[in-house]
Design a protein around this ligand. Structure first.
Ligand code: ADP
Ligand code: MG
Length: 239
């Protein structure tokens, strides 16, 4: 069970409180999109779920297990970043294998997982290249492929498409939707400031504002019944 539960999650950097009392319960296999203005705490929330940032107070559970203080590798979570975060000196295959080697998986298992992920993302012909020989779109597919090889229970995406041009953004968005369908049962949490991405990908949207949750609902809920002027302004139904 990869239900993700956030209970009164807070984050402070020194005296600055940037996330306040976030309560969320995400179902196994759900596609949840976090939206909100720049600086509202979206990345900080993802990083706390991934274990890349300490949780100041509150509780995080994944699959019913307390993960508030667990090491990143123990959480069953993979994150895809806007900047791809590939190792420049490694080939695509090495980039995709590295984490699995660290986790001491058998060679044959690593090779099989890389082949599977490469097929899924259509990057099989790029495996021996270095990242600098790839386009932005290809790099992002490699980053997503690498995340898949870890077989995470929870996938975190932090504005994965915002460095791509409009055509590639559309294409990769469709690819991510397809991926979610194929990896049935994998919970996905996706940060974007793009309305179209939010409305088309999300089972539910979480609207964040100044570090707190402003509203949670299906795209239709938010469109038809925005709880505040702020949400209406973000999701775009005039009222
Ligand atoms: P978003 O992803 O929604 O744009 P972030 O989560 O990156 O927002 O940032 C939320 C707030 O926390 C911002 O005000 C940002 O300046 C602040 N912040 C983020 N990381 C740090 C840090 N390491 N130290 C201090 N302040 C930070
Ligand atoms: Mg961010």
């Amino acid at each position: 069970m990869a239900k993700v539960e956030l209970n009164k999650i807070c984050k402070s950097f020194g005296k600055a409180r940037v996330v306040t009392d976030v309560d969320l319960s995400l179902e196994k296999g759900e596609f949840v999109v976090f939206v909100g203005p720049s600086g509202c705490g979206k990345s900080t929330l993802l990083r706390m779920i991934a274990g890349l940032e300490d949780i100041t107070s509150g509780k995080l559970r994944i699959g019913g297990e307390d993960m508030t203080e667990a090491l990143p590798a123990a959480r069953g979570v993979s994150m895809v970043f806007q900047s791809y975060a590939l190792y420049p000196h490694m080939t695509v295959r090495e980039n995709m294998s590295f984490g699995l080697e660290q986790a001491k998986l058998a060679r044959s298992e690593i090779a099989a997982r890389v082949e599977d992920a490469a097929r899924m993302l259509k990057i099989g012909d790029l495996l021996e290249r270095k990242p600098r020989a790839l386009s932005g779109g290809q790099r992002q597919r490699v980053a997503i492929g690498r995340a898949i090889t870890r077989k995470p229970r929870v996938f975190l995406f932090d504005e994965p498409l915002s460095n791509l041009d409009a055509a590639l953004r559309g294409e990769t968005r469709v690819e991510i939707a397809r991926l979610h369908a194929r990896l049935a049962g994998t919970t996905m949490i996706y940060v974007t400031h793009d309305q179209v991405e939010a409305m088309t990908l999300a089972d539910r949207i979480v609207v964040l504002n100044g570090g707190h949750v402003e509203q949670v609902g299906t795209p239709l809920d938010l469109y038809e019944r925005p709880a505040s002027r702020f949400v209406a302004g973000f999701i775009g139904s005039p009222r």
